[in-house]
Design a protein around this ligand. Structure first.
Ligand code: NAD
Length: 240
């Protein structure tokens, strides 16, 4: 019960890694604010989380909505201990078919959404707070047709380091996690995986709960001396 009496925000909590993360924090005693833009899926997700939960419908790419979402959490709990920036969007398109609007669609969720919550975390957290940004192996090594996603995730690592430096005097830790392939809708909706162009053996696909365990570790006092780190959780994919 590492998170008893703590308040945790998980974005993109309606499914996949976000739901597994919300469940993990709930099981370890936290009050969990589940943030997602999908209201229906959010209600179903919250029902699977043990303990006290708050459902917050919010588009993480809209700064006003993020600010209002965190205000709701503060009004209800009067504290904020952990933020997990997990909401994410992927798009599959070759560079010559991409335009600026499509880049903006990805960057506003995968990069700016995390920035808005880091900012709110800095405004509301006390010393001891922790932020975990969910990046991807694509931040380090990528593949064809996902340029905006790979760029957003690489920039998220940079944001993590900037925020970690500014977090030190505030007593707030900021770290990133880099999952490899994980068994969620995002993976199986990948046309390159669907068509078999990108082949994944069973040992190369992780479970959402395995990523959630690593996120909970980085957010916990067990990781008190870890600041600005990027932790690969990919079953060894980038070692090969
Ligand atoms: P998913 O598609 O299953 O879930 C993403 C969640 O984010 C959904 O509930 C969706 O509604 C929510 N979301 C999307 N845009 C939003 C917005 N604008 N505002 C609020 N919520 C929004 O994906 P997942 O696989 O669980 O991915 C979670 C995170 O893990 C993402 O950041 C993703 O990039 C990262 N990741 C996933 C994999 C993988 O293989 N699944 C690998 C590496 C990194």
């Amino acid at each position: 019960m590492r998170f008893s009496n703590q308040v945790v925000i998980v974005t993109g909590a309606a499914g996949g890694i976000g739901l597994a993360t919300a469940r993990r924090f709930g099981a370890e005693g936290a009050s969990v604010a589940l943030v997602d833009q999908d209201a229906k899926a959010l209600a179903a997700a919250a029902a699977q989380v043990r303990g006290d939960t708050l459902q917050v419908v919010c588009d993480v790419g809209d700064e006003g909505q993020v600010s209002a979402a965190v205000d709701r959490v503060m009004q209800r709990y009067r504290r904020l201990d952990v933020v997990v920036n997990n909401a994410g969007l992927m798009m599959f398109r070759p560079i010559e078919e991409l335009d600026g609007a499509q880049w903006n669609k990805i960057l506003r969720v995968d990069l700016l959404g995390a920035f808005y919550f880091v900012k709110q975390g800095f405004l509301h957290m006390r010393p001891g707070g922790a932020i975990v940004n969910v990046a991807s192996v694509h931040a380090l090594e990528t593949e064809p047709n996902v340029a905006p996603y790979a760029a957003a995730k690489a920039a998220l690592l940079s944001l993590t380091r900037s925020a970690a430096i500014e977090g030190i005097p505030k007593g707030i830790r900021v770290n990133a996690i880099l999952p490899g392939a994980v068994d969620t809708p995002m993976l199986w909706n990948n046309p390159q995986v669907k068509s078999g162009t990108e082949h994944l053996g069973p040992s190369e696909v992780g479970k959402p709960a395995q990523v959630a365990a690593a996120i909970a570790f980085l957010a916990s006092s067990d990781a008190a001396f870890i600041q600005g780190a990027s932790l690969l959780v990919d079953g060894g994919r980038l070692c090969q």
